[in-house]
Design a protein. Structure first.
Lengths: 528, 182
C-alpha cells in the first residue's frame, strides 16, 4: 500500500508551511488547524480545570472559606461551559481535522477556508465569554444549563455577552460539522467505501449530523433568551404568557444529543486503539456502526429525562424512562465488542491502551449510574444532587477526556515524529486514574445522602467525602501539567518514530511517514 | 457511488441548519403550548366549559386558593377565602384582593396554575382577572373576581384542587396610562 504514496517533491505545487505568525492565522492546512484546535482545547481544559480547583478548594471544608457564593456560582457555570464548549468539543474537532483526511486518504478537509474561520471564531467566542467575569455584576452564574428565568429575568447584565459567545461557538461547531460531513462524503480515496472507513470517521460523521441538527436549536434557544431579555418577548416569561419549562425542553432537545456529541468521537478513537494494542481486528465492526447510529437516533427522543421533576404526565415519564433505558442496548453492544476485541488478544499496555481500557471500565460505571438516574421514580431522589455530578463526570472525564488522552498518545508519534516518554505517560495515566476516581467516586455517596449540587456550603455530615473528593481533584488537576510537559518533551525530541510505531495498528494514517508531511495524499492512495 | 457536488452538499447541509433553527424558534414553542393545552401540563387550565351546567350532587371537591407575589412584586395580594367546597358542573365565584402600597401607579399580570396537573384540564375559568392586566394607582385597593366551573368529568380520585395565582409586576413592560387628575 505504501508503495503508491510519493512523499517526495513530485508535485510542482508542493510547499511547506509559511513562516511566522501569519502561518497560523491564515493557514488552511488541516494539520495546522487540527494542531491549533488541540492547543486551544488544552488551554481551555486548564482554564476550566482551574475553575474546578476553585470549586473544590471551597468545598474542601464545610462553611464559606475562600470565595463568595456569587463567585462560586460563576465558577460552576463557567467550568461547565468552558469544559463542554471549549475543551471537549474543540479537542474532537482537532482530532477530526488531523486524522480524518489521513484516515480516508484525502489531501485536506473539503472546505479549508471555512475550516480556518471555524477555528478562529473560537478564541473570539471564549474571550467574550471569559471577559464577562470582569464585568460589573459578574459573569454567568446560572449554571451551564442556563435555565430561564435565572438566565433571563434574574441574569447579570453580562448575559448578552454570554448569548453572543454561545452564538459564535454554535456557528463554529456547525461549520466544523459541515466540513467533516463534506470531507467524509466527498473526499474518500478510491476504494474507501463507507463500510471500510475507520470507526473514528464513522462516529465523527454521525456526530457531525447530530451537530448540524441540534446546534441550531441551541442558537434558537439563546436567541429566544435574547428576545426575552432585550426585546420584550415572553417565550420563557410566565408574566407575559410564556413558560420557563419550555426553556428546559428546548435546551435539553439540544442538550441530550450534545452529550453524545461529546462521547461518540471517543468511541471511534477507542475502537481504533483497542484493536491496535490487542493485535486483533475490531470485533463486530458493522454492529459498531449500527450501534452508533442507534445511539444518535435515540438521543433525540430522551431529552425529558433531565426534567422528570418539572411535572410531566405519567405516560410521558414512562416513555422517556424506557426510551432512555433503550440506549443501554446499543451502548452495551459497543462495550461487548471492545471487551471481545481484547479477548484472547496479545495485549500490551502502552499509555494509549491504558487510557482505552480505563475508558471502557469507567465509562461503563458512568453508564450504570445513568441507568439509575433514568428510573423516573428514583430520579426524584437523585435530581440535582451530587449523584448527578458523579454520573456525568464519570462519563465525561474517563469517557471524553480519557478518550482524548488515549488518542493524543496514540497519534502523537504521527504528529511529532517522536515517541513520547512512555514512563511519564504511564505515570500521567495512573495519577489521572487515581485522582479522577478519588474525586468523583465519593460524589455518588454524597448525592445519595442528599447533598445538593451547585451550593458552596454543605452539612457537616458530608465533610469527609468532600475532603477526599477535593484531594482527588487536586491530584487530577496537577497531573495535567505533567501531560503538558510530556507533549512538549515529545515535540522537542525523543526517539524518532517510525511510520507505524504500533505494530498492531491499522489504517492509512500509518502509511505516511512520521511526522506526517505538511501535504499528504495529494495523489489518492489505493485502498484494497 | 452517487456523490453530490460539494456545492450542493454544503447547500443541503446549510438548509438543515436553517430548518433546525426555525424548528427551535417557531415550531417547538407553539407545539409545547399545544401539548400543555391538550394535557393540562404545568397547570395551564382548560378552555371554555362544554359539559352540562348541572351540579354533580354525588360529590364535593375542595378547591383551595393561593396568591403569591413574584420576586420584586410589592402588592398585597390574597384571596378573600382560603377554600371553597364545590360540586363539579356548578359555576362558583371567588374574590381576590389586591392593594398597591407603593407611591407609583403599577401594572400587574396574574398567572394561574392548577395543581394537580392532571386536574388542570378539568378546571374552567369563565371569568378571571388574569385575562387582563390590572392597573392600580398608589394606595388603591380592588377586589378582583374569578368565576370557574370544575368539570363534571373530573377524575373521581381527585378530591382536592389548588388554584394558584402568581402576580408579576409588568409596569416596565406595560406602563400604566398617566391619569389626568391625580
Amino acid at each position: 500500500m505504501s508503495a503508491v504514496i510519493d512523499h517526495g517533491h513530485a508535485g510542482h505545487d508542493h510547499h511547506g508551511p509559511a513562516k511566522g505568525l501569519m502561518r497560523w492565522v491564515l493557514t488552511t492546512n488541516h494539520k495546522d488547524i487540527g494542531t491549533m484546535y488541540l492547543w486551544f482545547s488544552f488551554a481551555m481544559f486548564l482554564l476550566g480545570g482551574s475553575m474546578a480547583m476553585v470549586i473544590r478548594a471551597e468545598l474542601f471544608q464545610p462553611g464559606l472559606q475562600i470565595v463568595q457564593p456569587e463567585f462560586f456560582n460563576q465558577m460552576t457555570t463557567m467550568h461547565g461551559l468552558i469544559m463542554v464548549f471549549g475543551a471537549v468539543m474543540p479537542a474532537f474537532v482537532g482530532l477530526a481535522n488531523w486524522m480524518i483526511p489521513l484516515m480516508i486518504g484525502a489531501p485536506d478537509m473539503a472546505l479549508p477556508r471555512m475550516n480556518n474561520f471555524s477555528f478562529w471564531l473560537l478564541p473570539a467566542a471564549f474571550t467574550l465569554l471569559v471577559s464577562t467575569l470582569f464585568m460589573e455584576g459578574g459573569g454567568p452564574n446560572f449554571g451551564w444549563t442556563f435555565y430561564a428565568p435565572l438566565s433571563t429575568t434574574y441574569a447579570p447584565e453580562s448575559v448578552t455577552f454570554f448569548i453572543f459567545a454561545i452564538h459564535l461557538m454554535g456557528i463554529s461547531s456547525i461549520m466544523g460539522a459541515i466540513n467533516v460531513i463534506a470531507t467524509i462524503l466527498n473526499l474518500r480515496a478510491p476504494g474507501m467505501t463507507l463500510m471500510k472507513m475507520p470507526l473514528f470517521a464513522w462516529t465523527w460523521l454521525i456526530t457531525a449530523f447530530l451537530l448540524i441538527a441540534v446546534m441550531p436549536v441551541l442558537a434558537g434557544c439563546v436567541t429566544m433568551m435574547l428576545m426575552d431579555v432585550h426585546f420584550g418577548t415572553s417565550f420563557f416569561n410566565a408574566a407575559g404568557g410564556g413558560d420557563p419549562v419550555l426553556f428546559q425542553h428546548v435546551f435539553w432537545f439540544f442538550g441530550h444529543p450534545e452529550v453524545y456529541i461529546m462521547i461518540l468521537p471517543a468511541f471511534g478513537a477507542i475502537s481504533s486503539i483497542i484493536p491496535a494494542f490487542s493485535r486483533k481486528p475490531l470485533f463486530g465492526y458493522t454492529s459498531m456502526v449500527y450501534a452508533t447510529a442507534s445511539i444518535a437516533f435515540l438521543s433525540f427522543i430522551v431529552w425529558a429525562h433531565h426534567m422528570f421533576t418539572v411535572g410531566i404526565p405519567i405516560t410521558g415519564e414512562l416513555f422517556f424512562m424506557y426510551a432512555t433505558m433503550l440506549i443501554a442496548v446499543p451502548t452495551g453492544v459497543k462495550v461487548f465488542n471492545w471487551v471481545t476485541t481484547m479477548w484472547r488478544g496479545s495485549l500490551t499496555f502502552e499509555a494509549p491502551m491504558l487510557f482505552a481500557v480505563a475508558f471502557v471500565i469507567l465509562f461503563t460505571i458512568g453508564g450504570f449510574s445513568g441507568l439509575m438516574l433514568a428510573i423516573a421514580p428514583a430520579d426524584f431522589q437523585y435530581h440535582d444532587t451530587y449523584f448527578v455530578v458523579a454520573h456525568f463526570h464519570y462519563v465525561l472525564v474517563p469517557g471524553a477526556i480519557f478518550g482524548i488522552f488515549a488518542s493524543a498518545y496514540y497519534w502523537l508519534p504521527k504528529w511529532t515524529g517522536h515517541m513520547y516518554d512512555e514512563t511519564l505517560a504511564r505515570l500521567h495515566f495512573w495519577m489521572s486514574f487515581i485522582g479522577m476516581n478519588l474525586a468523583f467516586f465519593p460524589m455518588h455517596f454524597l448525592g445519595l445522602a442528599g447533598m445538593p449540587r451547585r451550593i458552596p456550603d454543605y452539612n457537616l455530615q458530608f465533610a469527609d467525602f468532600n475532603m477526599v473528593s477535593s484531594i482527588g481533584a487536586f491530584t487530577f488537576g496537577v497531573t495535567q501539567l505533567l501531560f503538558l510537559f510530556i507533549v512538549i518533551k515529545c515535540i522537542r525530541g525523543g526517539k524518532p518514530a517510525p511510520a507505524k510505531p504500533w505494530d498492531g495498528a491499522d489504517g492509512l494514517e500509518w502509511t505516511v511517514p512520521s511526522p506526517a508531511p505538511y501535504h499528504t495524499f495529494s495523489t489518492p492512495p489505493e485502498v484494497k | 457511488m452517487s456523490e453530490l457536488p460539494l456545492r450542493r452538499l454544503v447547500g443541503r447541509l446549510l438548509a438543515v441548519v436553517v430548518v433546525m433553527f426555525c424548528f427551535g424558534v417557531f415550531v417547538l414553542p407553539p407545539f409545547y403550548d399545544a401539548m400543555c393545552q391538550a394535557f393540562g401540563i404545568n397547570g395551564k387550565t382548560a378552555g371554555a366549559y362544554q359539559g352540562e351546567q348541572r351540579p354533580d350532587e354525588s360529590r364535593l371537591v375542595r378547591v383551595q386558593f393561593l396568591a403569591t407575589n413574584a420576586a420584586g412584586m410589592v402588592w398585597e395580594f390574597r384571596p378573600v377565602a382560603d377554600e371553597l367546597l364545590v360540586r363539579p358542573g356548578e359555576p362558583r365565584d371567588m374574590l381576590f384582593v389586591a392593594h398597591n402600597p407603593s407611591d407609583r401607579p403599577m401594572t400587574a399580570q396574574a398567572i394561574p396554575s392548577v395543581a394537580p396537573a392532571k386536574a388542570a384540564a378539568y378546571f374552567h375559568k369563565t371569568e378571571c382577572f388574569c385575562f387582563t392586566q390590572q392597573v392600580l394607582q398608589p394606595g388603591e385597593r380592588i377586589e378582583m373576581p374569578v368565576r370557574f366551573i370544575v368539570d363534571r368529568d373530573l377524575p373521581k380520585d381527585v378530591k382536592h384542587l389548588t388554584l394558584a395565582y402568581t402576580l408579576f409586576d409588568i409596569t416596565a413592560r406595560k406602563p400604566p396610562v398617566a391619569q389626568a387628575t391625580p
